[in-house]
Design a protein around this ligand. Structure first.
Ligand code: FPP
Length: 247
């Protein structure tokens, strides 16, 4: 068995999705503004991407801004959008050098023009890379995505008999991305918060009490080790899984 950090390289999840939570509380505990927490959250983004790449994960999705986050105070929303543009502009070369393909899911049209434009430039610049795909969920919520999918299915005059799991999947933002095998949420909250509801039907959920700005490579490896210790049954019995091999 080939291993890094005690992780079996033959059973690494292809897709890991992360709910980055706890920036505000992290900052508050330090007597700082919530925005200070978001700034420090960028270190955890870098660390997670690096760890995922080293472990051989092929898709990493980060819940960076939910549809509901538009309801936060105006200054916080503006600061988050600025931080996003700044980070993308600063990191795009590094992403490209490290064979990272950037992608984004969500209601991207609702982002401020500069944010949408920089994002699109970075996506275009990195489109031929295939080390790992970094997917930013921006102005995203699973219910928004499902409503949009149903609207488009109806607009396309799809007959009821033609509606299948595959067809619905093909109308989601994630149509070209495999479902995540593992979802990680930081900050001790045990919720999925409107994130990839269709896609995580069989995902393993991993929760850590660490606030997002403190999350580092070793924490990502802990989550992978925990994932590898679980038996994934997909509705079958343990005996059936042992006979056919654990995924
Ligand atoms: C949740 O913490 C965090 C967010 C809503 C924003 C995450 C954004 C970043 C880490 C910035 C950089 C991201 C990228 C992809 C460049 P919270 O504010 O909900 O914290 P709380 O629950 O403690 O209030």
């Amino acid at each position: 068995m080939s291993e890094i950090h005690g992780i079996d390289s033959t059973r690494v999840p292809k897709h890991v999705a992360m709910i980055m939570d706890g920036n505000g509380r992290w900052a508050k505990e330090k007597g700082q503004d919530r925005i200070f927490g978001h700034f420090n959250g960028v270190k955890a983004v870098r660390a997670s991407l690096k760890a995922a790449r080293r472990a051989g994960v092929k898709y990493l999705t980060l819940y960076a801004f939910s549809t509901e986050n538009w309801n936060r105070p105006k200054e916080e929303v503006e600061a988050l959008m600025d931080l996003l543009v700044q980070t993308i502009v600063q990191e795009v070369k590094e992403l490209d050098n490290n064979d990272v393909r950037l992608n984004a899911i969500g209601d991207l049209e609702s982002l401020p023009g500069s944010c949408h434009a920089e994002l699109q430039t970075a996506i275009d610049q990195t489109k031929d890379n295939d080390g790992i795909e970094l997917i930013l969920a921006l102005s995203y919520s699973a219910r928004w995505e499902l409503v949009r999918a149903v609207q488009n299915i109806v607009k396309d005059n799809i007959s009821p008999d033609a509606v299948s799991e595959e067809l619905i999947g093909s109308y989601l933002c994630t149509h070209s991305i495999p479902d995540p095998e593992l979802v990680i949420r930081t900050s001790g909250e045990h919720r999925v918060s409107n994130f990839l509801l269709w896609q995580i039907a069989y995902s393993e959920l991993y929760f850590t009490a660490k606030y997002w700005p403190d999350f580092r490579e070793e924490d990502f490896f802990d989550a992978l080790r925990d994932y590898q210790s679980r038996e994934r049954r997909f509705g079958k019995t343990a005996e059936q899984i042992t006979q056919t091999g654990n995924e």
